[in-house]
Design a protein around this ligand. Structure first.
Ligand SMILES: [Fe+2]
Ligand SMILES: [Fe+2]
Length: 192
């Protein structure tokens, strides 16, 4: 990986997102680095992906839809009604184009941090889980996830995904079609 000026990247992020989101990004990166150490993943990649995963999160919905369309990212009906979901795929592209991160694994883990994908790498799973369990998250029910986060990456990812799905159903939010596909793949691979 090319030499990266971390301070410069943090400055870019600081200008792009509000302070709470900046702090969330720092904490996500810290958790991601700890998990990367345990699960044998490149710590620098985990740090950068954690720092930059919400790069596009403070953009408003119309802006996200517009940008996605301009970037050739397909916007499905669920994303149309919940454009916030696009902050992952749009953010990944902006991190590549504006911040200059060319590493495909980092970019992919940013793109996959909200809905996921049927083929999650270890780094993708780490960013997904770290984003959810970083210590600033107030949600009830995260403590079991925090306890298992350094034990078994597949297991904690499955539990984290179940947690998201549970939240969507309980709060009567639409479920992205890909989420159903990913969930089925996860649970079916359990007994394989
Ligand atoms: Fe996010
Ligand atoms: Fe996040």
């Amino acid at each position: 990986m090319a030499i990266i000026d971390l301070e410069l990247i943090k400055e870019k992020l600081r200008k792009k997102v509000p302070p709470e989101l900046y702090d969330h990004s720092i904490r996500t990166a810290e958790v991601a680095v700890r998990m990367a150490e345990v699960f044998g993943v490149d710590k620098n990649k985990a740090n950068l992906a954690g720092l930059l995963h919400d790069y596009a999160k403070s953009m408003d919905g119309d802006n996200l839809i517009q940008l996605a369309t301009r970037m050739g990212i397909e916007v499905n009906p669920v994303e149309m009604s919940v454009p916030y979901l696009l902050h992952a795929s749009v953010g990944a592209r902006l991190v590549e184009e504006d911040v200059g991160i060319k590493d495909k694994e980092i970019i992919q883990s940013i793109a996959n941090h909200t809905i996921g994908s049927p083929a999650m790498t270890k780094l993708d799973k780490i960013i997904y889980v770290a984003d959810m369990i970083e210590p600033g998250r107030p949600y009830k029910g995260l403590d079991p996830l925090r306890r298992m986060a350094l034990d078994d990456l597949d297991k904690v990812f499955l539990e984290a995904y179940a947690h998201s799905l549970d939240y969507l159903i309980r709060s009567k939010k639409p479920i992205h079609p890909l989420t159903v596909e990913i969930w089925n793949k996860l649970v079916l691979s359990q007994d394989a």
